[in-house]
Ligand binder design. Structure first.
Ligand code: SF4
Length: 334
């Protein structure tokens, strides 16, 4: 098994979004990420899946350095990127991100050459930039003369290819893919996924793949983690995850994936209908945050927040249904 390249331990990211109370002195806090722990291995694709508002993108933006953690630690190749006020340049070079919407992540006033050149100027100033731009365009299967175009002249898939080329310009070893295909036409999505898989093999990249699309994970991720209201509720190897989902929320997500064949239908968990609305992240329910929607909830669920339990080797679940006190995993190892 490969070594861990990134370790996230008990990560918290809170945002104060206003003040409440008579004197407006009590902060209103959104706990976007509230005690998340996971590790990504060298060369793997780790899928972080959740509905909108689950906190998965906040995890991504904290790992890449756009936010400072409220608490918890992030370790990349044994180094803490937040140990000092400014993030070391070497770490910025190693960890890159590809955003969901290539239309808004590329500066419309810059040519493709200027867009890809920018990280080269900062991180690889001694190299021949034109040669590198051509090489990067070829890596993402775009012709060299695209360097003279502007983003508005490209289709959605081509813009995302440019965004991938820009991310690879620093020679990173770790790339965060924040819903990289969800803004694209279905016909283009497969092409981008195949490109990402090829690049991963060629350059031994490790991916943290953020998505709301569980079915996509079946084909690209080696392990999957499910997030719900700022917490991870289940982690497993992908095959085990689809074969044997434990958490009621995971079962609910899997039961609603559309399938095309009877064989796939047989493998799906029984259709699970959740009750209640998705709670507001400003007002997260006590106990298990899923208890208002959970068809399997018990008395304890509204009072006590469950801890992560290992139910099979490498398969962990946060749910009282599987709680055995002796097997609770401390937060640092979840
Ligand atoms: Fe449902 Fe209780 Fe498990 Fe939460 S802890 S998922 S409410 S059974």
């Amino acid at each position: 098994m490969s070594a861990d390249i990134l370790t996230v331990t008990d990560l918290k990211k809170y945002f104060v979004i206003g003040q409440s109370g008579l004197l407006k002195r009590e902060p209103i806090t959104v706990k976007a990420v509230d005690g998340v722990s996971f590790a990504v291995r060298e060369g793997e694709t780790f899928g972080l899946v959740g509905e909108s508002g689950s906190g998965k993108s906040t995890v991504a933006y904290t790992v890449v350095g756009m936010y400072r953690p409220t608490a918890g630690t992030i370790t990349f190749r044994g180094q803490n990127p937040f140990a000092n006020k400014t993030r070391p340049l070497a770490l910025k070079k190693e960890i890159q991100i590809v955003y969901q919407d290539p239309g808004s992540s590329l500066n419309p006033r810059r040519s493709i050459k200027e867009i890809i050149e920018l990280p080269l100027r900062i991180h690889r100033p001694d190299e021949n930039r034109i040669e590198q731009v051509v090489r990067l365009l070829e890596m993402v299967e775009l012709p060299p003369d695209y360097m003279y175009k502007y983003p508005r002249m490209l289709g959605g898939g081509e813009k995302q290819m440019v965004a991938i080329a820009r991310a690879l310009a620093t020679n990173p070893s770790f790339v965060i893919l924040d819903e990289p295909t969800s803004a694209l036409d279905v016909s283009i999505q497969g092409k981008i996924i195949n490109l990402l898989i090829r690049l991963q093999k060629e350059f031994h990249l490790s991916y943290l793949f953020i998505t709301h699309d569980l079915s996509l994970m079946r084909n690209v991720a080696s392990r999957v983690a499910i997030m719900y209201l700022g917490k991870i509720c289940e982690v497993a190897e992908t095959a085990e995850f689809f074969r044997n989902p434990y958490h009621p929320y995971t079962q609910m997500l899997l039961s609603s994936i559309p399938v095309v064949s009877e064989e796939e239908e047989k493998l799906k968990p029984q259709k699970i209908i959740s009750t209640g609305e998705i709670p507001s992240p400003v007002n997260i329910p006590s106990g298990c945050s899923f208890h208002l929607r959970c068809p399997a909830r018990m008395d304890i669920c509204s009072r006590v927040d469950p801890v992560m339990i290992e139910v099979e080797k490498g398969h962990t679940v946060r749910c009282h249904l599987y709680a055995r006190a002796s097997e609770s995993i401390p937060p640092s190892e979840q």
